[in-house]
Design a protein around this ligand. Structure first.
Ligand code: GRG
Length: 304
């Protein structure tokens, strides 16, 4: 994208690379520890360990860092969030939903395995996420109530008051057309809720105070929406090879999108405006906010 928000002088690439590496290791370890070898394990591992951006777990870790009191269990929350996200991708790709054949640069789970296995792998990842959170709560030696808050927030974000309701609204709107206001509400639920919960989970576990939580909420709301606006833009002009999934699908399915409703250039300006709002909210913090600032820019300059 060419329209830039206020720039951030933090090189996010090595940060992302390092975080992805430890998250990938933790995801693999969690899966091997809790799921027996077999076809279900294979399908879960196929989808979960595929090369995703790991945006949600990285946001969770970075939010804990900005608060400055790193919590030893925050990686469990980060892994749980990625499991929930991966389950949503598996189910979203199914023939009954978006019927997509390529995800994360590979055949989708139902193509690689079969529909029933893909459904079950998604179900198992969702359940495993909550097993991990409950286990962290059980083992927590200090302030276990923080885990209950995280479980509450993540449940709400993933369920009928968040992502699932957003998906329902998205399906209901296909071919009908949404106003900009309705589109925004739908995306805040479908994509924004889990992104917000990722930031919140990290911040809660690190013991954020009310003022910090307020600023981080503004941050996550703005990047959640910027992420979706950018996704719509990439669906129009992105390179399928870099994205690891098909482009042009929104138009084929007659989906309401930001470029469709606002035009491409205005959508880019809007995404930059949202990222600027996110950056403003971080002024409250010191240089510990550099990763979150870099992530906000990454959300709109990414190519995948
Ligand atoms: C079907 C249970 C269910 C929920 C569907 C979030 C969602 C709701 C579906 C995901 C499908 C989708 C294309 C949503 C739009 C948000 C989006 C761009 C998701 C992809 O997230 P990335 O780009 O993916 O972070 P990676 O692969 O990098 O993790």
């Amino acid at each position: 994208m060419q329209i830039r928000p206020a720039t951030v002088s933090f090189d996010i690439a090595p940060y992302l690379e390092a975080r992805r590496r430890i998250i990938n290791r933790s995801l693999e370890k969690a899966l091997k520890k809790r799921v027996k070898p077999g076809r279900l394990f294979d399908a879960m591992a196929y989808a979960l360990l595929a090369p995703g951006k790991r945006l949600r777990p990285i946001l969770c870790l970075a939010a804990a860092e900005v608060v400055g009191r790193p919590h030893s269990g925050v990686m469990a929350a980060a892994c749980a969030l990625e499991m929930i996200h991966t389950y949503s991708l598996i189910h979203d790709d199914l023939p009954a939903m978006d019927n997509d054949a390529i995800r994360r640069g590979r055949p989708t789970a139902h193509i690689q395995f079969d529909e029933a296995t893909a459904i079950l792998a998604g179900d198992a990842l969702l359940t495993l996420a909550f097993e991990m959170l409950a286990d962290a709560f059980r083992r927590s030696k200090s302030r276990p109530e923080l885990w209950l808050q995280v479980i509450f927030e993540v449940s709400r974000a993933a369920g009928a008051q968040g992502m699932i309701e957003g998906q329902m609204q998205d399906i209901a709107a296909e071919g009908r057309g949404l106003s900009l206001e309705r589109l925004q509400k739908m995306h805040c639920l479908k994509t924004g809720a889990l992104i917000e919960a990722s930031v919140k989970a990290g911040a809660v576990l690190a013991g954020a105070d009310a003022g910090q939580m307020r600023q981080l909420k503004i941050y996550s709301k703005n990047i959640g929406l910027a992420f979706q606006v950018t996704d719509d833009i990439l669906n129009v002009e992105g390179d399928p090879k870099l994205m690891g999934k098909a482009a042009g699908t929104d138009q084929c399915r007659k989906k309401s999108t930001y470029p469709g409703l606002m035009g491409l250039e205005e959508s880019k300006r809007f995404a930059a405006h949202l990222v600027n709002n996110a950056l403003q909210s971080l002024r409250f913090f010191d240089t510990k906010a550099n990763p979150l600032s870099g992530l906000a820019e990454y959300v709109i300059y990414r190519k995948r």
